[in-house]
Design a protein. Sequence first.
Length: 617
Amino acid sequence: MKKIFIMAIAAVFALASCEDFLDSKNFTQANTSNYPSSADDLNKELAALYGVLNQLSTNPLQTPWFVGYIMSDDANGAGGTGDVESHAIGHLMANKEDLFDASWHNIYVGIARANAIISAVDAFDWTGQEKTRNQLLGEAYFLRGLFYLWGVQFWGDIPAYWTAAAPDPCPQVSAEDVIMPHILADFTSASNLMSHGYTTQGDGHATKGAAEGYLARAYMFYEGFYKKAGELATANLADVTFDFEQEGAGASLSKSQVVAFLDDAIKNGGYKLVEDFRLLWQYTNQYTINDYDYVADLAAAGKVWAGNGNSEQMFQIQYMNAASWNGTIGMGFCNQVSLYCGLRCDDDGAGHANGDLETLPFGQGWGQGTINANLWDDWSDADPRKKATILDAQAECDHFVFTTSCSEDAGYYNKKWMPITCSKSTWSDHTVAYTWWGVYRTENTDASNNNGNSFQGDHFADIVLLRLADVMLMQSELTGTADEMNKVRARVGLAPISYSWQNIKNERRFELAGEGLRFNDLRRWSGKNGGASCEAAVALQRQDGSRVNYTGHWTVMHHGQGVGGSSWAQRYADTDGFLMIPPKQISIIGDESILKQNPGWGAGVAGANMSGTPVYD
């Protein structure tokens, strides 16, 4: 198990500019004339770059993984009747102008820090340390590509630059023609510069295999969404040309190169599928596994959670016992997605609440991001991943209740992200050792929970952004072959099937359910400007009429009921799945030739604004 309680993170470095007219060196302050001067300096900057992932984590409703999850057809915004933000995101609407301000800020902080490292990497002599140099540079390229990919998938055409300093002004450019080729070049550079086995698996650093996997993810989004290629296995895909020079990128990128990178990650990356799908998720941890009948067979065999940084994880966001309500990053040091996805914590009006012994081992939280009933209904009971992924709270828990404040709650919860408790949890005092992590902390360290509340702060499971099963499925989808897909199926005892586009779509939906990938899969399978009848729009529209519980009684979901607005399909058609660019950024610029709002958003756009929460009959 990872020792999460003794980790440290580097401080953020602000580099002061040196005034040209000073004929002397500054010996007391780091600046671009004297910093970086060593590999150690650049490693400190790299640590600060990775720290942006924790800055993003400060508010789950500003993160690409949680926002993408809620926007998909497989999840509801849910939460309480007053949780307008999660409802708005789930309905492809906005409830306030600053809805995604923090996302925008943090993504550009990440881009700026990555650019600084890339631009300064050869500020000193690397003789004898060339492999270290290439690894560090590769990680910076990887993270720049990642932040730009998130920015493009959120907002499409955005301001972009690839130098140490941003131009002034820094105008919006075409995501399709300019930014996506740079993203593909970044992941290609990272894949070529880094070496397998250079870093310790699960130490939080990007690896060559992670870069190869993300190259495929970005390439498939580019070809599917922007180039409208349809089924990638059979499409005639032109090479992506790089009309700029970048170390390690080459002049172009072909589909065969992407497949070769995937094959390399699968065969040579050192990763392997965890033997039992359930061992990927923290409900099989050693403190809990004996309390949970569903995994009694694993407990009897002496098998427990594979843990953070396990053999299947290829890139993840890590957390540590440093979360607090104060500071820039604050609660970004704990996995707040677990808190958000917990069982709704209010009571049912008769004094019964969720999250204690009656719902062991599933803890309470805000009840957001519940599973849409359609996913449960569409998924065959013969697939073991269904009950390994989805908590049917009414069937599995001794006494689950729909609370007086719940909304869009069908009683289905995401086991992959939920908070987990154990029989040693202090039920009477959730601030001490409520989650299993809290118990682990008190029994194995002297550290108290930094934010003073186990219920809200003792969540340290990684957010897994890429795992081997995903890479194997991308390989099958690009090649039109079933071998890798069937290895993924064999892990859960499912019989082999032949390749078809529909089969690989289904396999991705079920293997990766609840991991935040579904929405952009739907977008790339639909193509840009797909309209209200494209695959993504139709899938989203199926949420309308799905069963939900609202404040303790059963009803069905509708788009915008009680708050105005059009259908899910129309909202998708109007926006193509892109988010609202923060209006504050547009106001600061004050020039639409430099930065303008995305279609489907802005003042006076019908159906874009959710001024209150959906009210269900």
